[in-house]
Ligand binder design. Structure first.
Ligand code: PLP
Length: 389
């Protein structure tokens, strides 16, 4: 007797883009595998096209791009940076590294983005910047946030790790902040294993950003023939990725439309296929406001409570579907308590959403039949009525 084993559908599997192996071979054969080679330039131009940026600088990660942004702001110990609690650790860590204090503001219950109505109350005399994260690539309310920033003379930075290809009122995400950061980690829509970019929308930042990325030297200007020797001119670090990673990234960016079409197909199948089930089980589906176009970065569901969320993850695992939770509140994390503080309204919505959220498998190579398997597995779960206390 044989038991047919079903293969587990992973939460994520990075796709290999059409020219990826070809470009990697070219980069290896070309012999210039260090940073700022021909593929670095190609990938940077593609990114500038996608975001409308003045300049895009490839980095070794989004974390490092955020660290560069913090260096470019010349933050002093005690300066404050407003950001959501519902985000990845790097959003806060990059600023804490400079001695700045992350001030955590709650998220909106619909989009899970920084609640723009709570931002102004968190501004103090020490506030220098507002960092927004477009959760799942659905834009924050950039008009309202931009207005608060203007009133108080604050810099806006977009942690746009989810948002490449998304837009707000027709304008690409990554073009709203003075700077924006991208991630090309293996879990993102466009990936090279580990990688990122700093998007500069203010041309005045470009030269210094190049210096910071090149260990504090003016090596980039030297290679362009603008200075006759390169020297140590500022603080910085090594944030420049290998041209091999840039080769992979170039192929991924050239296949952007094809990758996105597949991701949207999966996202739309989930959204339509789970509407009735969600309504019957008091589950919330993602909300995308009319002025936002999202890049299908992730598909999540909000269960009624933690017990149901955990039960659904276990139920899906038994059926060979790997689903997973997401961010845990930064304001309540050990380092969040040590280095940051919540804004005056606290973060009760973030705490609730962190417990209720589950993400379904979503990647370009997820087949139609596997998408159907995920749908079937989710619909086979019925929410338990919460225990009354
Ligand atoms: C993935 C992610 C990061 C970190 O990206 P790395 O490239 O892995 O450093 C930062 N912020 C957000 C919102 C992310 O999703």
């Amino acid at each position: 007797m044989s038991v047919k084993t079903i293969q587990t559908i992973p939460f994520n599997r990075p796709c290999i883009a059409q020219n990826e192996l070809k470009y990697l071979t070219e980069a290896l054969n070309g012999g210039s595998t260090s940073g700022d080679g021909p593929f670095t330039h190609r990938a940077s131009r593609l990114l500038e096209g996608a975001t409308g940026a003045n300049r895009a600088l490839l980095t070794t990660s989004c974390t490092h791009a955020l660290e560069m942004a913090a260096l470019l702001l010349d933050l002093r110990p005690g300066d404050e940076v407003i950001m959501p609690s519902f985000t990845f650790v790097s959003t806060a860590n990059a600023f804490a590294l400079r001695g700045a204090v992350p001030v955590f503001v709650d998220c909106r219950p619909d989009t899970l983005n920084l609640d723009e109505r709570l931002v102004e109350a968190a501004v103090t005399e020490r506030t220098k910047a507002i960092v927004v994260v477009h959760y799942a690539g659905v834009a924050c309310e950039m008009d309202a946030i931009g207005e608060v920033a203007r009133r108080h003379g604050l810099t806006v930075i977009e942690d746009n790790a989810h948002g490449l290809g998304g837009s707000y009122k027709g304008r690409p995400l990554g073009s709203f902040g003075r700077m924006a950061t991208q991630s090309f980690h293996a879990t993102k829509n466009i990936q090279c294993g580990e990688g990122g970019a700093l998007i500069l929308n203010d041309p005045e930042l470009v030269v210094r950003a190049e210096v910071i990325r090149e260990k504090g030297t003016n090596r980039s200007q030297f290679f362009r023939g603008q200075v006759d020797k390169y020297r140590w001119v500022d603080i910085g670090s090594s944030y420049l990725p290998s041209d091999l990673l840039a080769a992979q990234l170039t192929a991924q960016l050239e296949s952007f439309d094809a990758i996105q079409a597949r991701r949207h197909a999966v996202w739309n199948a989930y959204h339509g296929g789970l509407a009735d089930w969600a309504a019957a089980n008091e589950v919330s589906q993602p909300v995308v406001p009319d002025e936002c176009a999202h890049p299908a970065h992730l598909y999540y569901l909000l269960l009624p409570d933690l017990a149901n969320r955990q039960a659904l993850i276990a139920h899906l695992a038994e059926r060979g579907v790997q689903a997973t939770f997401h961010y845990q509140s930064l304001h309540a994390a050990p380092a969040g308590v040590r280095y940051g503080r919540p804004g005056p309204a606290g973060c009760p919505v973030t705490e609730q959403m962190a417990d209720r959220l589950v993400r379904l498998p979503l990647f370009a190579d997820l087949s139609e039949s596997d998408t159907a398997r995920v749908l079937e597995a989710v619909r086979a779960y019925s929410c338990r009525v919460p225990q009354s206390t």
